[in-house]
Design a binder for this molecule. Structure first.
Ligand SMILES: [Zn+2]
Length: 340
């Protein structure tokens, strides 16, 4: 039998599900409080605790529907362990924006972790989430959404990038990325986001963590919804919180993320009309042909786009109208193709 858990002042008994609020009084100029909603599903039996959040970049909501299907189907009385869910950034969420206009930092909330009780609005929210919710977690999944027609991938950090993160934490993060079941694992071979992301703060504090980047901006793409659903579920299964069979794709690719985009992007050197000659998921050799740019005045080809390195076609710019310096095709190195 499990013990009750108290999360941000909310006591949840074994086998119960409760909704709570992190409240910051006198938050806004008009005296209104900030309320950050969270949900705790506390298992009847003891076990691990998984913390999941979605839309800290307020417009990145693709994880919500998968979570809805998962959380409404979970029975805490059958769980061994705990799931904590949070909608961490109500400010940016209600504005449908990556970052709130009231605190418009580049990178938004995901550059302020683990927060600051004396900082900006966003830093104060992050601090409260960190100290009241994340503190309970054995592992963390921070759901984001990439651009429309983007592939679905999972960010995690390579072992050795952070001096503070142990190999054990880094390797478990990689295992979580595999378990999430996205077709692409995107390993950060160098430090990302000034190490002020939730993910970086977690691994530096011994909490394995991943950042799934789901495709589609606002539409509910069924395939992506099910990746999110199965991804969280697989990790809960692996942690022993729930029972059942995992759903992991037969193959996944592991790509290398580098801090300097110039190393793996092909850029427009001429302004004009861009026509790709490769598709996402192709592999190319360094110097290999990726597409052309032609002049809309003469229809002459003015640039043949070449691969900056041997790698995997990860993203292709959709809009054909390009100016000098626009990044067009990303070709990260393909580190591994796994068969599961
Ligand atoms: Zn994001």
């Amino acid at each position: 039998m499990n013990d009750p858990i108290t999360v941000a002042g909310l006591t949840v008994n074994p086998g119960e599900k409760k909704n709570g609020l992190l409240t910051i009084p006198e938050f806004f100029a008009d005296g209104q409080a900030m309320e950050i909603p969270f949900t705790v599903l506390h298992g009847k039996e003891k076990g691990k605790t998984l913390y999941v959040q979605v839309a800290q970049h307020g417009s990145e909501v693709m994880g919500l529907e998968g979570l809805r299907r998962l959380i409404t189907g979970l029975a805490p009385e059958l769980m061994d362990g705990t799931l904590i869910y949070c909608l961490p950034n109500p400010l940016a969420f209600r504005e449908r924006a990556r970052a709130t206009i009231l605190d418009p930092k580049p990178g938004g909330m995901n550059r302020v972790w683990p927060g600051d009780p004396h900082g900006s609005l966003t830093e104060r929210m992050a601090y409260l989430i960190w100290t009241e919710l994340v503190v309970h977690a054995d592992e963390v999944v921070d759901l984001h959404t990439a651009g429309r027609n983007a592939p679905v991938w999972v960010f995690y950090e390579a072992d050795g990038v952070s001096k503070l993160a142990s190999s054990e934490t880094a390797l478990r993060s990689e295992e979580m990325a595999h378990l999430f079941g996205a077709p692409i694992l995107y390993v950060e071979a160098e430090a990302y986001g000034g190490r002020k992301t939730l993910r970086a703060s977690c691994v530096d504090n011994g909490i394995p963590a991943i950042v799934p980047e789901l495709g589609g901006f606002s539409q509910l793409d069924e395939e992506t919804v099910m990746i999110a659903y199965n991804g969280i579920r697989n990790i809960m299964l692996n942690l022993g919180i729930i029972e059942g069979d995992m759903a992991i794709p037969e193959t996944q690719v592991k790509l290398e993320w580098l801090a300097e985009p110039k190393k793996f992007y092909a850029y427009a050197d001429k302004g004009g009309i861009f026509i790709p000659e490769v598709k996402m998921g192709d592999t190319v050799e360094e110097g290999g042909r990726l597409g052309i740019i032609y002049s809309p005045r003469t229809f002459e080809t003015i640039q043949v786009l070449k691969a900056p390195q041997t790698g995997y076609i990860f993203t292709i710019r959709e809009d054909p109208v390009v100016h000098q310096g626009d990044p067009l095709i990303s070709v990260p190195r393909l580190l591994e193709r796994t068969k599961n």
